[in-house]
Ligand binder design. Structure first.
Ligand SMILES: NC(=O)c1ccc[n+]([C@@H]2O[C@H](COP(=O)([O-])OP(=O)(O)OC[C@H]3O[C@@H](n4cnc5c(N)ncnc54)[C@H](O)[C@@H]3O)[C@@H](O)[C@H]2O)c1
Length: 375
């Protein structure tokens, strides 16, 4: 098939490109090489195939690129902590809507559109209170976090329990998550209405080589690996007991290829996760183990305003199509470590990331009163 991969120069896109090429498809990459993801230009890992440097919001360029394509993947996204809220909707939603607009206006015979959304659509996810009643908590308040009270309580103020969250649930809490929910709706409803088979993939935290070193959003794998690489203790936010599910890039690519080939996936949103929760401290321990370092992480009482406390996706829908995650965070961290070691021009990019987060006022300290208690 002729396949267009929008955002194909990035982390998930480029691995998907490699798999599609290996399967014998003719693949075109469409990417604007946006910064800071591609701070140093076109990445060296891209194969020698057709590359269109253009923005997903450029209708004329996108129209030309969509000509004679059987399948379209859209991985292009704006994903940062910057407060330019409208950019999330321009890139993630307008960009996705344009794909359908061009297909419908020009009656293009596209057989499948696969769009990358995110676990961020689920926000804090699904919880049950002390009585076992389900509820959907909103973001924790600044006051709660300043006091170092990390856990979510139910409406009765008693401790509540995080649940594996299915695709039917959505409660996004930031511009990125809201834009991703909108992107899902565009994909599923426009696809169904105009007869374009479409699938939305709600990825959990994806791990593996090629995650940009310069993207503030890249997360714990990148930060912890860089810390140990530079012999520094990784900084853990909150108490480190936040639960997350991590999915290996090769499992994500397998999921992408599966939904492309399986008609039963059409019209569906799928969680693509690791299927098992790890605390952030457990992840740091895995990284320490892989890097064979004695340095222990530090917990200086910092938090990132807007972070979810726990979030784990229920992956049973995609499992019913025959997919399952086969790799562990150990596999992902080993692969990422090898990738780091291959870099010849690596400078202290962790400082770059930390400074950027601080300049954006995203990382904040817990406050203490005069008696030294959390205030
Ligand atoms: N990596 C994760 O853990 C994760 C988790 C959940 C969802 N996702 C989603 O998966 C998709 C891919 O993520 P990724 O980690 O590979 O990100 P990435 O930043 O590595 O790749 C995204 C690519 O899109 C390109 N791009 C950005 N804006 C563009 C625009 N306006 N026009 C054309 N190209 C543009 C970038 O240059 C980049 O190459 C995104 O939609 C992201 O929201 C990723």
């Amino acid at each position: 098939m002729n396949i267009l991969v929008i955002g194909g120069a990035g982390f998930i896109g480029s691995h998907t490109v490699d798999a599609l090429c290996a399967l014998g498809h003719t693949v075109t990459i469409y990417d604007n090489l946006s910064k800071p993801v591609h701070l140093k230009g076109k990445p060296p890992y891209l194969p020698e195939i057709e590359f269109i440097e253009a923005d997903v919001r450029d209708k004329e360029a996108l129209k030309r690129a969509l000509h004679r394509k059987d399948v379209v993947f859209n991985f292009a996204a704006y994903q940062d902590y910057l407060p330019d809220f409208s950019t999330f909707y321009h890139v993630n939603d307008v960009g996705t809507a344009l794909i359908y607009e061009i297909i419908v206006e020009n009656k293009l015979p596209v057989r499948k559109v696969v769009v990358a959304t995110s676990q961020a659509v689920a926000g804090e996810g699904l919880y049950v209170d002390s009585q076992g009643k389900a509820f959907a908590p909103d973001i924790r308040s600044e006051k709660q976090l300043q006091a170092g009270l990390w856990d979510i309580t139910g409406p009765d103020s008693l401790p509540a329990k995080s649940q594996e969250t299915p695709e039917t649930f959505s409660n996004p809490q930031n511009q990125y998550g809201i834009s991703k929910l909108c992107q899902e709706k565009i994909t599923i409803h426009t696809g169904a209405r105009y007869g374009v088979p479409s699938v939305a993939m709600r990825y959990s935290i994806v791990q593996g080589p090629r995650q940009s070193f310069y993207n503030a959003y890249s997360g714990a794998c990148r930060i912890f690996c860089l810390s140990y690489f530079f012999d520094r203790p990784p900084v853990i936010y909150e108490d480190g007991l936040q639960l997350r599910d991590y999915v290996n890039i090769e499992d994500v690519v397998a999921a992408n290829v599966r939904v492309m080939n399986d008609e039963r996936a059409d019209g569906c949103v799928f969680n693509v996760g690791g299927g098992k929760g790890y605390t952030v401290l457990e992840l740091a321990e895995i990284v320490r183990d892989v890097f064979e370092k004695d340095v222990q992480p530090v917990l200086p009482g910092l938090y990132r305003f807007g972070d979810t406390r726990h979030i784990i996706s229920d992956i049973s829908s995609l499992k019913r199509l025959g997919w399952a995650p086969l790799r562990t965070p150990y596999d992902s961290i080993r692969a990422y470590r090898n990738y780091l070691l291959e870099q010849s021009d690596i400078e202290d990019i962790m400082d770059y990331a930390e400074k950027k987060m601080r300049s954006l006022n995203v990382v904040r300290p817990v406050t203490k009163d005069r008696a030294g208690k959390w205030a």
